[in-house]
Design a protein around this ligand. Structure first.
Ligand code: CAA
Length: 261
């Protein structure tokens, strides 16, 4: 791959968008490579993903403005779909994805972060949806996910004014869960991913599905989704083992890793 790096560290996969000379901006090739990278993740071994950007300045500075500058109406719509398809794949990816936002997260950069399950950032991170200043709307899910994450009022303010916000404000409005000094960001992301990976993998996947799918429907339908996924866990060896371990009163016992089955 030219612009997307992937490394598996035990049960954690790290995806790095690496197009540093354009501050990791998303052109068509980056989007295609991201799509292929997700398809290649070994889901028998990997239990959580981290998404980050190469370098110390930028997570992702948006969709590639040079590539977009000459698009027609139909091409613009197709480019939006290309981004939306891969971001939706990330959002519905079976295992949790942590965005480790190490700098600019503007436009498509803020949008890809919002497609992840959890966002943490470095103190130098900057967030924003600058699209209306370029004569376009946010096109990779920003109008939808920002409103769902921080509320319609704050999302409208950010999108209509195109004003960037710093890490502390992103934390205050709930766009990120935590802010770290730059050098502590990846260790924190890796620790969080490892904590997730220690838990029963099928249960974790079912939690992601229940939260995501439940948020799209009313509460009556949502709790039915939860009941089904809760019930499914009782067919797993992880549930048999996890509960037997708790009930076993032998103090010498050591907890085995969950088996993913
Ligand atoms: N697309 C293409 N190239 C980009 C880019 C982008 N989104 N962002 C940065 N770059 C390129 C710059 O053109 C520059 O390239 P050259 O060295 O060849 O000139 C290089 O990255 C470094 O950028 P700057 O010199 O501008 O760096 P800076 O530190 O002065 O500024 C910045 C950093 C504030 C992030 C600035 O680069 C910037 O404002 N970038 C654009 C941010 C933006 O508007 N993003 C939204 C894009 S639209 C979108 O994403 C639509 C959508 O929803 C799908």
């Amino acid at each position: 791959m030219e612009f997307v790096l992937y490394e598996q560290k035990g049960a954690v996969g790290v995806i790095t968008i690496s197009r540093e000379k354009a501050l990791n901006a998303l052109n068509s090739t980056v989007l295609e490579e991201l799509d292929k990278t997700l398809d290649a993740v070994n889901l028998d071994e990997v239990r959580a993903l981290i998404l980050t950007g190469a370098g110390e300045k930028s997570f992702v500075a948006g969709a590639d403005i040079g590539e977009m500058s000459s698009l027609t109406k139909a091409e613009g719509e197709a480019f939006g779909k290309k981004g939306n398809d891969v971001f939706r794949k990330l959002e519905t990816f079976p295992i949790p994805v942590i965005a480790a936002i190490n700098g600019f997260a503007l436009g498509g950069g803020c949008e890809i972060a919002m497609s992840c399950d959890i966002r943490i950032c470095s103190e130098n991170a900057v967030f924003g949806q600058p699209e209306v200043g370029l004569g376009i709307t946010p096109g990779f899910g920003g109008t939808q996910r920002l409103a769902r994450l921080v509320g319609a009022g704050m999302a409208k303010q950010m999108i209509y004014t195109a004003r960037n916000i710093k890490a502390d404000e992103a934390f205050r409005i709930g766009l990120v869960n935590a802010v770290y000094p730059a050098e502590e960001l990846m260790p924190a992301a890796e620790k969080m991913a490892a904590d997730i990976a220690k838990n029963a993998p099928i249960a974790v996947r079912n939690c992601k599905k229940a939260i995501n799918e439940g948020l799209d429907v009313d509460m009556d339908a949502a709790i039915v989704i939860e009941e089904k996924l809760f019930g499914d866990c009782f067919e797993t060896e992880d549930q048999t083992y996890g509960m037997a371990f708790f009930l076993d009163k032998n103090k010498e016992k050591v907890k085995e890793p969950f088996k993913n089955c």
